[in-house]
Design a protein around this ligand. Structure first.
Ligand code: HEC
Length: 177
């Protein structure tokens, strides 16, 4: 029997290439641990590479979008008391307009507001309701248009305009049961 005559060869065939504890450790490392790191690296590579850096196109807009209160949920009560201009301004508009953030006309700054006020209340209201450049619709808020109108009047009048406060709709409360 050739097996009996050559025992060392027989051992070799069954023991495989791993002979020392050090080799065993290396084998375990390269077959189990290293692939995990390679996979993590690949995942980072795949998820990170195609995205352009945030805000490279329009950094001001990106900043405005980031700091705006988006995704807010407001359960609107149709009969709730509408907020006044100052209240809306403090809640929503002052974030930018109090300091002139992103190039917004600063509160009370007659020079910045002058040319805008000349365009008329309707246009300012449209800008505020629908958004303009770095300012999102309603400055990112969720108000009734009338409340935005009041805030526009509050801000414009503080900078020298003499707009009338937009009137509340009449008789809504009487018809609603
Ligand atoms: C994220 C910052 C930001 C917030 C919040 C914000 N605004 Fe503005 N607003 C701007 C910027 C910037 C401009 C200048 C836009 C331009 O002319 O390019 C502006 C301009 C305006 C103008 C002048 C528009 C025109 O046509 O010239 C009005 C009116 C105005 N905002 C009202 C408001 C009101 C009312 C609110 C709150 C409900 C508000 N804004 C909240 C950034 C903001």
């Amino acid at each position: 029997m050739s097996d009996n005559t050559t025992p060392p060869a027989h051992d070799k065939v069954h023991s495989g290439p791993v002979k020392t504890p050090k080799q065993l450790l290396l084998t375990v490392f390269f077959s189990f641990v290293a692939p995990i790191f390679i996979m993590i690296g690949l995942v980072y590579y795949v998820t990170a590479s195609p995205q352009p850096a945030a805000g490279t196109g329009n950094p001001e807009k990106a900043l405005a979008a980031r700091i705006q209160k988006i995704g807010m949920i407001e359960i609107r009560d149709a009969n709730r008391e509408l907020k006044g201009g100052e209240e809306v301004y403090n809640a929503q508009c002052s974030a930018c307009h109090a300091v002139g953030l992103l190039g917004s006309p600063k509160f009370g700054d007659a020079v910045a507001w002058g040319p805008r006020i000349k365009t008329g209340y309707e246009l300012l209201l449209t800008s505020a309701v629908k958004g303009k450049n770095a300012m999102g619709a309603q400055g990112g808020g969720a108000f009734e248009d009338l409340e935005i109108g009041r805030a526009v009047v509050y801000m414009a009048n503080a900078a020298g305009a003499t707009f009338d406060e937009p009137a509340a709709p009449v008789a809504v409360a009487e018809t609603a049961q």
